[in-house]
Design a protein around this ligand. Structure first.
Ligand SMILES: [Zn+2]
Length: 185
């Protein structure tokens, strides 16, 4: 259909959907048309997005998703403090790897955590700041919250290697032992 025939709100919605990973412009157009034809789905999405906006954020300590400022990772693992029985911090590329890595024994209940939600990618404008790595560094600055070891769980890609190298150098600056693991498949 000629673009001029499509109302502006529908075009805006399609552009917003196209910004999501893995969608693409054709699927974004199709999803926008489906939404325009389905008021009940619009209502469900509006309610979900409103709750997401009001309740979900990132934990200031470990950067896992928090719900109304409550972080399930920190509650289970004492990410913030010296109370942790194990002195290892696990840096996760994605939070959804947690369950599998735990089930495979690559990480354990005694670890502390830090979630990147991505990888360093200078060409895409994603640097240490975008991944919250200054927060991890500030944890290392304080002796009481500095782990003895760092395990980085990153995918095997150019960006994964770049991120691993950055973390290795960061750990070395604080005499923290560095280990690398790939996500379990
Ligand atoms: Zn947390």
């Amino acid at each position: 259909m000629a673009r001029g025939l499509i109302p502006a709100p529908l075009q805006q919605l399609a552009r917003a959907l196209d910004d999501l990973p893995g969608i693409g412009p054709l699927a974004a157009d199709r999803l926008a048309r489906k939404l325009a034809l389905t008021p009940a789905l619009q209502t469900r999405l509006l309610e979900s997005l409103s709750q997401l906006h009001e309740q979900i954020g990132l934990c200031p300590v470990c950067r896992h998703f928090s719900n109304n400022n409550e972080c399930s990772l920190c509650q289970q693992h004492w990410c913030a403090g010296p109370q942790a029985p194990n002195d290892r911090v696990v840096v996760l590329q994605q939070p959804d790897w947690y369950e599998t890595l735990l089930a495979n024994g690559q990480i354990d209940d005694n670890d502390q955590y830090f979630v990147l939600h991505g990888l360093l990618s200078p060409v895409d404008g994603i640097g240490p700041q975008q991944l919250g790595l200054d927060g991890l560094k500030s944890r290392f600055e304080i002796t009481q919250t500095r782990p003895r070891r760092l395990l980085a769980c990153l995918e095997d890609s150019v960006e994964g290697k770049t991120t691993g190298y950055y973390l290795q150098r960061l750990a070395a600056g604080y005499a923290i032992e560095f280990e690398l693991c790939s996500p379990a498949t």
